[in-house]
Ligand binder design. Structure first.
Ligand code: ZN
Length: 126
């Protein structure tokens, strides 16, 4: 389901990037929550902080937490861009990047470390 949410959001946002939050536990994603992309620049994303805060509140006491962020690269590769490096403020977060091309969607996960992005294996529970 998380994968479907992300791919649907990525297609709908074209030609802009989509974005949202990943909910789960450590390296396991249970669901993805789309958020409005407030960025004016089509090559960037700026997640609506209101969605972040209300999701954080909803998850309190559930055992689940926000473990990362997803966004799309409409005409690029599923690898972090220079803009992503500049904006990766949450160390330890998972960054899931979905690239769209004629063949479909390709998603890759990265972990934001203080030194940069490290590729990681990710498990989606559905
Ligand atoms: Zn990006």
């Amino acid at each position: 389901m998380a994968k479907t949410v992300i791919e649907t959001a990525a297609r709908r946002a074209l030609p802009k990037e989509c974005c949202g939050l990943l909910v789960g536990h450590e390296k396991t994603i249970s669901r993805a929550v789309e958020a409005p992309n407030l960025a004016r620049d089509p090559d960037r994303f700026e997640l609506d902080a209101k969605v972040h805060l209300s999701l954080q509140r909803d998850l309190r006491g559930t055992g689940e937490q926000i473990v990362g962020v997803f966004h799309s690269h409409p005409y690029g590769q599923p690898v972090p861009s220079a803009e992503d490096f500049a904006q990766a403020s949450y160390s330890g977060w998972i960054w899931l990047i979905t690239a769209l091309d004629d063949k479909g969607c390709t998603s890759r996960a990265w972990r934001a470390e203080d030194t940069g992005f490290v590729p990681m294996a990710l498990r989606c529970v559905d």
